[in-house]
Design a protein around this ligand. Structure first.
Ligand code: ADP
Length: 500
């Protein structure tokens, strides 16, 4: 289907969206076995950009077969780790060569401001490949001295090997479509696995374009397979597949639990990076020039569609009005528009469904007695925009305080110096991230130690780096993404014990 995307975009982006879209299985671009397709939308206008194949169980089967063959008998396993690293590095280079194109594709399909995709999503994705390329040659085991009590005098030579897990299924969300693909693919490949990737149905385009670069970089056929399709069908088939050795998922806690259940059949390994309701704490002694825009950015970055968004803002009572009003002012002055407009500071939510979900939470908050000092409703009547919203007068039991909204909505609550309020910050089923703003180093690190969260930001927020592990306590997930920690999720340890 040839559709005019309706914006001024790079020629490559226009050409890519106008070509018929296919999925990548065993090095070939193929239609879904059923021949079915589904639309992907421009969230700024609610219009179809193009159609992509609607992969389902049969396509997942084909992709898993290809990945299995590539893992067991293909050239991939025979590559030196240095050559493997070189391929991954090249993919990072290719991404940088196509930076503008990917930034526009992301802005078009997801709705995020193109300037953000240009500065963050694409360079961070390239960085992830470059960082992980270096690890391919550094995955090592240990030698271990043995002292077996019932074999006195026996001598052994024992060591561990770190081997790839095998065929890995990766299911990713729509909030950072390219970056989430990079977070998953890069370590999986560095460790020597073969992969079936399922992008989110809302944002399949950048992953398909990345598939073309994977081919161009020269990865052997079947090492990376990309199947587009819905979660309940293609995603579910991948999570339940008996020939998949590991499933890595990023998305909602609700679906994470379904994935964990589906993995039970063959007890495949599971890693989950899930939701959050992260507390962001402003002490009265914070540098307000930094803390106020920082608190606003913590929630409004990516329109609040970040699993680690600082969505519960706790402010020491003596500075409550200053901070709440400061964040509200920032919210009111945010320019909303299509992601592809250069002046846009906040784009639309990704889908009609998210629009309904976020505005539903706003209604529930107002019914329960919360008040908006900025925003509070849908913006305009075209596309899926929601005003950046600051809610006050909330109580800890309200749904807007307890549940993940995944939109540009922050609740602001006061705390007093005497109160042991860290308990309140930890009073959540989630534990992904937290923020602390203070000039007092001791207080900062005491608070960091007391918070139950996988990442604690001090005087900053939403800082991501390929080397910095990311993941959740409690119901925010299992395992860590990024850093060398992630390689544990993509390797098996084999102990080899020799009697001398
Ligand atoms: P959101 O609710 O924010 O859309 P989801 O957790 O539903 O996030 O989606 C994240 C990813 O999980 C997407 O790729 C989606 O297709 C997939 N997914 C959704 N439901 C299932 C499921 N039942 N089994 C496997 N994958 C799923």
């Amino acid at each position: 289907m040839a559709i005019d995307v309706g914006y001024r975009v790079e020629d490559e982006v226009r050409a890519f969206t106008q070509q018929p879209k296919r999925m990548l299985i065993n090095g070939e671009w193929v239609e879904a076995a059923s021949g079915k397709t589904f639309p992907t939308y421009d969230p700024a206008r609610g219009k179809v950009i193009t159609e992509v194949p609607e992969g389902d169980k049969e396509d997942i089967d084909r992709a898993v077969r290809a990945a299995r063959q590539a893992f067991e008998t293909g050239p991939w396993r025979r590559l030196t780790t240095s050559d493997r690293g070189r391929l991954i590095w090249k993919l990072g280079d290719l991404l940088l060569e196509h930076l503008e194109e990917f930034a526009e594709l992301e802005a078009l399909d997801n709705g995020k401001p193109v300037q953000v995709a240009r500065a963050a999503d694409v360079p961070l994705s390239a960085d992830m490949f470059h960082y992980m390329a270096g690890w391919a040659t550094k995955i090592e085991g240990n030698t271990i001295s043995l002292n077996v009590p019932y074999m006195p005098g026996a001598e052994f030579f024992a060591y561990t090997l770190r081997e790839p897990v095998g065929v890995v299924g990766q299911i990713i969300p729509w909030n950072f479509p390219l970056l989430m693909a990079a977070w998953k693919l890069a370590p999986g490949l560095a460790a020597g696995n073969t992969i079936v990737l399922k992008p989110a149905e809302q944002t399949p385009l950048s992953a398909l374009r990345l598939g073309e670069l994977i081919q161009e970089a020269g990865f052997p056929n079947g090492v990376v397979n990309i199947v587009t399709g819905y979660g309940e069908t293609a995603g579910a088939a991948l999570a339940a597949h008996h020939d998949v050795d590991k499933i890595a998922f990023t998305g909602s806690t609700e679906v994470g639990k379904i994935i964990a259940g589906a993995a039970r059949g063959n007890l495949k390994k599971v890693s989950l990076e899930l939701g959050g309701k992260s507390p962001n704490i402003v002490y009265a002694d914070a540098d307000m020039e930094v803390a106020i825009p920082g608190a606003a950015g913590a929630i409004f970055f990516n329109h609040g569609q970040c699993c680690c968004a600082g969505s519960r803002l706790y402010v020491e009572d003596t500075v409550f009005d200053q901070v709440a009003e400061g964040v509200a002012k920032q919210a009111r002055s945010t320019e909303l528009g299509p992601g592809l407009s250069e002046s846009t500071q906040m784009g639309p939510l990704v889908s009609e469904e998210q629009l309904q979900r976020v505005t539903g939470y706003l209604d529930s908050g107002f019914q329960e007695g919360a008040h908006a000092i900025a925003g509070g409703k849908r913006h305009g009547d075209q596309g899926y925009f929601v005003e950046p919203t600051v809610l006050v007068d909330t109580t800890p039991e309200m749904k807007v305080v307890r549940e993940e909204i995944f939109g540009p909505v922050v609740t602001v609550s006061p705390f007093s110096r005497e109160e042991d309020f860290v308990g309140r910050a930890n009073d959540t089923i989630f534990g992904l991230a937290a923020g602390i703003w203070t000039r007092d180093l001791s207080k900062a690190h005491r608070t960091a130690a007391a918070l139950k969260a996988g990442t604690v930001y001090i005087n900053c927020y939403n800082v991501f780096d390929a080397a910095l592990p990311f993941g959740g306590y409690k119901q925010s997930g299992w395992g860590r993404e990024m850093g060398h920690e992630v390689l544990e999720q993509y390797t098996e340890v084999k102990s080899v014990c020799t009697k001398l």
